[in-house]
Design a protein around this ligand. Structure first.
Ligand code: IVH
Length: 700
């Protein structure tokens, strides 16, 4: 458990020794739960207040200090393990403001009696500390931090942690230390796989990493990512290397570690910087704070370290934390609030999803009023009740999630959550055979929503077919599914209210135009569960025709980037369900091919013909931001992404080291700044239009 910025709030006031004993108990339990499974029973702020209350009481009553007290201990003194660390794995002390940073830096310099030569300023990764021992370049052992002096052997996780190679680029013996975490993408992926196996979703990425690291015999594997932040010699390390590891500045050491093939924060937008002035450190802290919501992984602060080995040695270490490093904490992304109710919403595809209504709570700058509850089984597993105090997690663009009810805050007045017995939308039966409940009428239950979606600008783009008109068509009985749209007769339309000759002809012409949309748009319009716009484009580009998509089995579908075992099975099932509808669309003359794409080779395992994909953006990852102008002015963001992909590129929404090109339109904001920092190639909309001129012409 860590402390956090709301630490400006008062420490818990402990009136007497009984209150002290209870506080020690509560804090120890919370820390134990947190370090065992990543699931805490107190949020960071509450834990921090409690521990500071305990510390204050101990200072006032030194004679009453309990041996169980979490103060001054790594991991609150709770973690277990039997693999001794060669050098203790310490924790970090915290600061929360510019003033505290300033006075901490001054205290280090006073202690060593000279200015610190330079500071390394790096992200504080929000995961679990791991020591990775390499012997002759081979990954031999993974050990958790444990109580700091001994940790748990989690070597079974070797091979599931991206960024921790089995073999280094050199046959050296050393220990790399760093943080194991789940990126946001890995977290979503882990929860998809986990819920498909009937497990409870992880509430947050750190939780996911903690649970996954410990799990031994799961039938599925989920990936995690390692970020190295330190290295040290092992007893068997050669003398020359051991000496260098002990003498190099931290920044030099980390460059060496990266050179060995280990992943570090160097490749991220928040890469470590070496700075000399405290004002510059503060500026970088603010910069990292601003980049946080867009990062593809969680950080909970910024770590500032004296960079030179000599400065570190002079400052020394305490029993819990080094004196040469500090964590500058960012606001907590977890808060406790009250579960006020549960809403049951029926989606476009008939899926019935519970959503938690929360007492609004401010988390990291935004107000959270709703959180996802996944499915009914999940509610049961978590034993949630209305009125519960619940831990809510929200970071970056991750959908807010409920972690768990805070059991010790229950009053007894909490009420059970009532599950619907019939579809809340149409009153039909509910198919409860899968984890995710669904109205037995499927898409027909939300016919208006699914037709409006299909007609939308990013799908079939049928002008004049807004929700009102769809309602009118459905109520008149003219349309019962998507295919009916393509067989509407002029005379029947003319009978409708507010449908004169002009509107009727315009609508029919727009529907006629929709028959010529690329397959990616048609596929998206079908609303296949588990796929959205960008996945539809990937599928369409990979298979080129609907015939090939329908002929694909789950294995063939997995060749598409982003489709795993579970999604492949879902898509196959959905296509079978949608078969009759697709047949009728084909019969009505709707085009089912993707211009410019070639089908996968017969018997081959995917569309890997290089010539087929060669376009002006071949192999490039492109991000579009700001307002488009000139030839691109009328293109929506979705159309820009389509253009990028037709030109052989990959479209992405966030800038990272992997971004090859940023198309920066008017009023491009933080993405442009980030790209400039990273030295990413920037082009204006006009320059981009030049690049893809051939494809624009084709577009007409
Ligand atoms: S240095 C002796 N650097 O934060 C120095 N730690 O709250 C201790 N952490 O135990 C570690 N990012 O698990 C360091 N860039 C970073 C870090 C980092 C995350 C973790 C680490 C540490 C904890 C302390």
């Amino acid at each position: 458990m860590t402390t956090s910025t709301a630490a400006h709030a008062a420490a818990a006031a402990l009136a007497d020794s009984a209150a002290y004993a209870e506080a020690v108990d509560t804090a120890t339990q919370a820390a134990a739960a947190y370090y065992a499974t990543g699931e805490s029973t107190l949020d960071d702020d509450a834990y921090d207040r409690l521990v500071r209350g305990i510390a204050a009481y101990e200072q006032a009553h030194p004679g009453e200090m309990s041996a169980a007290s979490p103060t001054g201990k790594v991991a609150g003194g709770t973690a277990v393990g039997d693999v001794p660390h060669t050098v203790p794995m310490l924790s970090l002390d915290n600061v929360f403001s510019a003033e505290q940073l300033q006075s901490w830096a001054a205290s280090v310099e006073r202690r060593i009696g000279r200015p610190v030569e330079q500071w390394s300023v790096e992200p504080k990764l929000d995961g679990l500390a791991i020591a990775a021992r390499y012997e002759h370049g081979r990954l031999a052992r993974l050990v958790t931090r444990g109580d700091g002096s001994a940790g748990e052997d989690v070597s079974h996780a070797i091979g599931t942690v991206t960024g921790l190679p089995n073999r280094l680029t050199q046959p050296v013996t050393l220990e790399v230390r760093g943080e194991v975490l789940m990126t946001n993408e890995q977290f979503e992926q882990a929860n998809t796989v986990r819920t498909a196996h009937g497990g409870a979703p992880f509430a947050n990425p750190r939780n996911g990493a903690a649970g996954t690291l410990r799990a031994k015999d799961r039938e599925y594997t989920v990936e995690m990512t390692f970020f190295g932040y330190g290295a040290l010699p092992l007893p068997a390390t050669g003398e020359a290397l051991a000496e260098q590891l002990g003498e190099w500045p931290h920044s030099r050491l980390m460059a060496y570690v990266a050179g060995l093939g280990v992943h570090t924060a160097e490749t991220t937008a928040v890469a470590p910087r070496t700075l000399t002035e405290v004002d510059d450190i503060q500026a970088r802290v603010e910069e990292i704070g601003a980049l946080r919501p867009e990062l593809p992984f969680g950080i909970d602060g910024i770590v500032i370290k004296a960079d030179l080995a000599a400065d570190q040695a002079a400052a020394g270490s305490g029993s819990r934390a080094p004196r040469w490093a500090i964590a500058y904490k960012l606001p907590a992304v977890e808060k406790v609030t009250t579960l006020l109710g549960v809403e049951w919403n029926v989606g476009r595809t008939g899926a019935i999803a519970p959503r938690a209504v929360l007492e609004p709570v401010e988390i990291d700058g935004s107000t959270v009023s709703y959180a996802t509850l996944h499915n009914p089984a999940d509610i049961t597993r978590r034993d949630l009740r209305i009125g519960d105090r619940v831990m809510v997690y929200k970071a970056g663009d991750i959908i807010p999630r409920i972690e768990a009810p805070v059991a010790h805050l229950r009053t007894g007045d909490e009420q059970p959550i009532v599950f619907p017995e019939v579809c809340p939308q149409c009153g039909s039966d509910i198919d409860t055979s899968e984890q995710r409940w669904r109205c037995v009428r499927g898409r027909d239950c939300r016919l208006v929503a699914s037709l409006s979606y299909a007609a939308g600008r990013d799908q079939l783009d049928i002008e004049g077919l807004g929700v009102t008109r769809v309602v009118q068509l459905v109520e008149a009985g003219l349309v019962t599914d998507l295919a009916d749209l393509f067989t509407l007769s002029r005379s029947r339309l003319l009978e409708l209210e507010r449908m004169g000759e002009t509107s009727t002809d315009n609508l029919l012409a727009a529907i006629e135009g929709a028959k010529r949309r690329p397959l990616s748009r048609v596929f998206c319009a079908l609303g296949v569960r588990g796929t959205g716009r960008s996945m539809s484009r990937r599928i369409a580009r990979h298979f080129a025709t609907m015939e090939h998509i329908r002929a694909a089995d789950a294995e063939a579908l997995q060749q598409v980037d982003g489709i795993g075992v579970e999604k492949a099975a879902l898509v196959v099932a959905e296509l079978a369900e949608l078969g009759p509808l697709i047949d009728r669309l084909i019969a009505a003359g709707v085009s089912m091919t993707e211009p410019g794409a070639t089908p996968p080779a017969e018997g081959g395992d995917g569309n890997d013909d290089p010539a087929a994909d060669a376009g002006p953006l071949d192999g490039m990852t492109v991000v579009v931001t700001g307002a488009m102008t000139g030839a691109l002015e009328k293109l929506s963001r979705n159309q820009m992404n389509e253009l990028v992909e037709r030109a052989g590129g990959k479209s992405s929404s966030s800038v990272s080291k992997r971004t090859s090109l940023l198309v920066a339109g008017e009023n491009a904001g933080s993405k442009r700044e980030k790209a400039e920092q990273l030295g990413t190639r920037l082009v204006t909309p006009d320059e981009f239009a030049e690049l893809v001129a051939d494809l624009l012409d084709q577009n007409g």
